[in-house]
Design a protein around this ligand. Structure first.
Ligand code: SAH
Ligand code: SF4
Length: 351
């Protein structure tokens, strides 16, 4: 694999400046982005809209792909598919495509592994590998867009909920979204993106100040510090009161509804008392709660809640005036929970 910079790492202005340095007209940048993000070309020779000399120079200077698909699994119902990619340094990441009615939602990764160590998360159990570059984040979307294009479909939404903590890799994540949102490029509206964070408070504050149109989700999972710290170690650094203050400021500043994620773990955080404690915490806040039965992982012994208990949990929230939805464990048969396929792959390749 070449060590050349990935072409998707360049924002529009940088590409334009590079071309001007090369003595090319500025409009070449538009032609290249058109090829990359509309035609979805991934080989320099496909850029027939450019002079051959420029095509050659691009090929010598840039890599056009860092992602090698290693394995793809389709769920039994055909609604979810998940691809394990290998990066040039042999690390792995996963991207999931979910089909729901007209929606084609991608769940993308921002890191290989994760440093946050949440006990029930397969990626957390793996530890930290490295940050992805913005181009490696972008390429996941472009890869699936190319697959979908073959069947006349398009990516409609992107959730940053794959491997890694996006706010631990803030700059590259936001740069990737800006690139995918750029009108000369992929042109996917900012409101079509959702970033999910475990709660890195300084970055939530920065995100609020920057006033993005991107949706924000917070992985809460517990409404008291003792329980949350036992599940999400980052809570020791940013306890619930500090986190909630930052979230309240975000909502006040942006006027945007925030989503809270809650993985229901049997007997651990799925009782009516837990629901009431959560309702109390979120009272008066412009928000929505997504409850998801836990996806079992190898290194955590907690079990998923039952459908009935999930319904009771949601009803308590709704009666307290807090919108709540049960999300299905989609793709459970293909280990679509984040990090699960990569864990399995690492084990098979080690063994
Ligand atoms: N690091 C970010 C985004 C990636 S994780 C974050 O933590 O928010 C995406 C979501 O999946 C988070 O809400 C996370 O708590 C949840 N999650 C991780 N492992 C899970 C599991 N085994 N079952 C259910 N949800 C899980
Ligand atoms: Fe990292 Fe999110 Fe998994 Fe926690 S839940 S370990 S923050 S990926």
């Amino acid at each position: 694999m070449t060590e050349h910079p990935l072409i998707y790492d360049l924002d529009f202005e940088t590409l334009q400046n590079t071309l001007i340095e090369w003595g090319e007209p500025a409009f070449r940048a538009r032609q290249i982005w058109e090829g990359l993000y509309h035609s979805l070309w991934n080989q320099p020779e496909e850029f027939t809209n450019l002079p051959k000399s420029l095509r050659n120079r691009l090929a010598e200077t840039f890599s056009f792909s860092h992602l090698t698909p290693v394995q793809t699994l389709e769920s039994g119902d055909g609604e979810t598919s998940k691809t394990l990619f290998q990066l040039p340094d042999s690390r792995s990441i996963e991207t999931v495509l979910m089909r729901y009615k007209e929606r084609r939602t991608l769940c993308i990764s921002t890191q290989s592994g994760c440093a946050m160590g949440c006990v029930f998360c397969a990626t957390g159990q793996m530890g930290f590998g490295r940050h992805l570059s913005s181009g490696e984040i972008v390429e996941q979307v472009v890869y699936f867009a190319r697959q979908l294009k073959k069947i006349d479909e398009v990516v409609t939404n992107v959730v940053v909920m794959g491997m890694g903590e996006p706010f631990h890799n803030y700059d590259n994540t936001l740069k990737a979204i800006a690139c995918l949102n750029h009108s000369e490029g992929f042109n996917l509206g900012a409101r079509r993106f959702t970033i999910s964070t475990v709660g890195l408070v300084p970055m939530i504050e920065r995100f609020a100040q920057e006033n993005h149109q991107i949706n924000l989700a917070i992985s809460l999972h517990a409404a008291n510090d003792e329980l949350r710290s036992s599940l999400l170690p980052i809570n020791k650094k940013y306890p619930i009161s500090v986190l909630m203050n930052a979230v309240r400021r975000y909502v006040a500043q942006t006027g945007r509804r925030v989503t809270f994620e809650w993985a229901l773990i049997r007997d651990i955080n799925d009782t009516p008392e837990h629901a009431r404690e959560l309702a109390q915490l979120l009272k008066g806040l412009l928000c929505h709660v997504n409850v998801i039965p836990l996806n079992p992982t190898q290194k955590y012994h907690g079990e998923a809640t039952t459908r009935e208990r999930a319904e009771i949990f949601c009803e308590i929230l709704q009666k307290a005036g807090i919108p709540a939805t049960i999300r299905l464990r989609r793709g459970i048969d293909i280990q679509a929970g984040c990090g699960q396929l990569a864990t399995q792959h690492a084990q098979t390749s080690e063994g």
